[in-house]
Design a protein around this ligand. Structure first.
Ligand SMILES: Cc1cc2nc3c(=O)[nH]c(=O)nc-3n(C[C@H](O)[C@H](O)[C@H](O)COP(=O)(O)O)c2cc1C
Ligand SMILES: O=C(O)C(=O)c1ccccc1
Length: 361
């Protein structure tokens, strides 16, 4: 994955590369999302018949090849002209699901069609809490009509995080790229810096009571993306949400929030089996996926690796990236003695504490 990241960097102008790869302010959380995985060690069980292991799992009512899907990430046509169309095709080709960003450069209808042209796929539609409720409802209706099954309400972005790289490079969406879900054409957005454009859209006066009840009337599953505490998982339950994505937005919103893998167990416990819990942030290997599943996630999502695959080689690059993660995950299951995804439990992990023996979880 590091090689793919480096190869992708060669293909992008520095400002674009930094927009994709950076976190907010001091980059603490973006780094910790990855490094936090390192303290977990695997407890393999040996002499288990792993000639054939079953890596599949059911998510959004569909059996996918392994517990991974593609997180919503905006402006993918900046990485490759085919953008989200290529991502959708690669996801369908590898039999996993994908979430479509409100800021995708291709319309929800076209992204869905591109995937379905290759094979079955579920898409979820990511929305923000927007100032313009009419426009927000139009996105939801379009997504529903196109066959999206769930709304991912991104709740961690009442305002955009502070990203120094955007100031340094005066980052703007390149000319010629539209945001069709938001009904924004290239000429409408060119005048704005990225951060100003974003803050003009999002509602900082959002709340659970203002957002969730009316969304539940829209006839789609409602998932809250960007939860990091048991308190908020309990609220998601109370408001009748279908699930949460434990996420710190890839370290791009509030820097100094914990690594998602470090709060996953707390969130799974608060969910109490009543709502579903997924996770994203810093997942870069099949072993990372295995660890997140062991800690109770139903499914993992990846953000930046998709961008690197796209920049490297469009659809083929995303497919390459997914193949890599698939093979690592499968081999991790085999070498840990897990025959099915349901076999992956806390018993498969230990944690190294300073100067001590491996501690069981
Ligand atoms: C370039 C980029 C754009 C993103 N755009 C969105 C977005 O439009 N909506 C959203 O909810 N999350 C967005 N995210 C956050 C991702 O959905 C996800 O939470 C995060 O990337 C996961 O961390 P990872 O990149 O370490 O895998 C974006 C992330 C990146 C890197
Ligand atoms: O949500 C983000 O992290 C992000 O960077 C973004 C991408 C496209 C449009 C708006 C925000």
């Amino acid at each position: 994955m590091d090689d793919l990241k480096a190869a992708a960097a060669e293909k992008m102008p520095n400002g674009v590369r930094d927009f994709y790869n950076s976190g907010s302010t001091d980059q603490i959380t973006v780094h910790e999302n990855q490094s936090a995985y390192l303290k977990y060690r695997l407890r393999p069980r040996v002499l288990v018949d792993v000639f054939k292991v079953d890596t599949t799992t059911v998510v959004f009512g569909r059996r996918i090849d392994f517990p991974l899907s593609i997180a919503p990430a905006g402006i993918q046509a900046m990485a490759h002209p085919d953008g989200e169309l290529a991502t959708s095709r690669a996801a369908a080709g590898r039999n996993i699901n994908m979430s479509i960003s409100s800021f995708s450069n291709y319309s929800v209808e076209d992204v869905r069609k591109a995937g379905l042209g290759v094979g079955p796929i579920e898409h979820t539609m990511q929305i923000y809490t927007m100032q313009d409720r009419q426009r927000q409802q139009r996105i939801i209706r379009r997504a529903r009509a196109a066959g999206c099954r769930a709304i991912f309400l991104t709740a961690d972005s009442p305002v955009l995080g502070i990203r120094y790289n955007e100031h340094r490079s005066d980052f703007r969406t390149p000319a010629g790229l539209d945001f069709p879900n938001l009904e924004l054409l290239s000429r409408d957005i060119l005048a704005n810096s990225h951060a100003d454009g974003f803050d003009g859209f999002n509602s900082a006066s959002h709340s659970w009571a203002k957002e969730i009840p009316w969304l539940r009337e829209m006839g789609m599953e409602i998932w809250v993306k960007g939860v990091l505490t048991s308190e908020d998982v309990l609220l998601a339950r109370e408001y009748g949400c279908d699930g949460v994505i434990v996420s710190n937005h890839g370290g791009r919103q509030l820097d100094g929030t914990p690594a998602t893998i470090d709060v996953l167990a707390e969130c799974v416990q608060a969910a109490g089996g009543q709502i579903r819990v997924h996770v994203d942030g810093g997942i870069r290997s099949g072993t990372d996926i295995f660890k997140a599943i062991a800690l109770g996630a139903e499914c993992c999502w990846i953000g930046r690796p998709t961008i690197w695959g796209l920049a490297y080689d469009g659809e083929a690059g995303v497919t390459l990236m997914l193949d890599m993660l698939y093979k690592e995950f499968q081999r991790c299951m085999q070498l840990c003695g897990c025959k099915t995804v349901a076999d992956i439990s806390k018993a498969a992990l230990g944690i190294v504490r300073k100067n001590g023996p491996l501690a069981r979880l």
